[in-house]
Design a protein around this ligand. Structure first.
Ligand code: F3S
Length: 65
C-alpha cells in the first residue's frame, strides 16, 4: 500500500500528519507531505485510510498494491 498527497488539493489542514505522523509530515508551510516514497509499513494501513478519510480536501490517495 502507498499513500500520496495531491499538492493541488492540499490546503494544509494538517489532519494527515496529526493522525498518522508515521506516514505524513508537514512541510515548512504546513502542507502535508508523505514520508519517504509514501510506502505504508505493515500495520499502518488503518492509519493511512483514516488520514485519507479525514482530509477535508480529499487530497490523499491510498493506493492498494
Ligand atoms: Fe493537506 Fe489534507 Fe493533510 S489538506 S495537510 S493532505 S489533511
Amino acid at each position: 500500500m502507498k499513500v500520496r498527497i495531491d499538492p493541488e488539493r492540499c490546503q494544509g489542514h494538517g489532519r494527515c500528519y496529526d493522525l498518522a505522523p508515521g506516514l505524513f509530515v508537514d512541510d515548512e508551510e504546513g502542507y502535508g507531505t508523505v514520508l519517504g516514497d509514501g510506502a505504508v509499513p505493515p500495520g499502518k494501513e488503518r492509519d493511512a485510510r483514516r488520514a485519507a478519510a479525514n482530509c477535508p480536501e480529499r487530497a490523499i490517495d491510498v493506493l492498494e498494491e
